[in-house]
Design a protein around this ligand. Sequence first.
Ligand code: HEM
Length: 290
Amino acid sequence: MALSVWDALAIGSKTVTYAATLNAAGAAWFLRYCHGLLVEAHRRRIRRIVFALAVLSLCGGAVQLLITAGSMRGAAAGMLDGSLLHLAWQAGAARDNAVRAAGLLLVAVGMLSQRPAWFAMLGAAMAATSFAWTGHARLLEADISPFLLGVHLLGAAFWLGALAPLLIVSGHGDISRIAAPTARFGAAAIYVVAGMMAAALWLLSLLLGGVAQLWSSDYGRIALCKLGFVAVLLCCAAFNKLRLTPRLLAGDAGAVSSLRTSLQLELMLGVLILAATAALTTIAGAPALD
Ligand code: HEM
């Protein structure tokens, strides 16, 4: 599979848009369900991060549009061609960008109150699921596929978006202030991650159309790569939940630096997973759609 410069640019900008959107949504939820457990300084930092990620997400969407127009012409001049930009907008960018922007606006406004407002949670869900408005899942005959992708995206945002806030929280000098939000996230994450994975595996089976496609198609091979990264991420998450959280709850200060290292590793793996996903949805056609 030959990768053009336009493909590489499209994958890069999509990865940034995924990362910014899912992290903004998940961090907004984290701020609400852990609000009472956080000190004001940490709440302020998380709020600032949510705002910055919302802006980055919108910029990422705009850059993606420019790159799509440029790739249609096969030259940078295409990025400034109004008719190509219009075509790219109508070809699929319109609905998901509009839903994402509306969701992020709700998040930003809802973040202004002391405890994030309920409509900010709704906005975060709109932004996270905006990717389900276009793409392979929409083209499948099975009506359930956009729903499965929506569930998958909500779970991915919940998981990924809690990592940066937890990293911030882990800088607190009082271990009980670290242990409580980590335990609260971990208790919910078990169910959320299980639901997210079930929806994702179901969707993958629909898009592949057969197990053999996992190794015989480009789509399957990229999906295998993604599954490999997810497996390592799951190991880190299990280590946090089963080993580090009980030590934190018992007041063991030695667990804090391990938690920070594990969270940083999880964030890096998150970027790799999103890059693999961007490749999956940009350069590989789903076998079931051939
Ligand atoms: C068991 C693990 C997972 C499986 C089987 C899986 C599978 C899938 C599949 C089949 C799609 C649809 C791709 C397409 O439209 O062709 C998808 C989309 C997506 N996945 Fe996953 N995934 C998994 C874990 C994750 C994780 C942990 C993250 C985040 C860190 C993630 C982020 C995404 C995103 C952002 C999309 C949206 C792509 C789009 O439609 O634009 N996935 N996933």
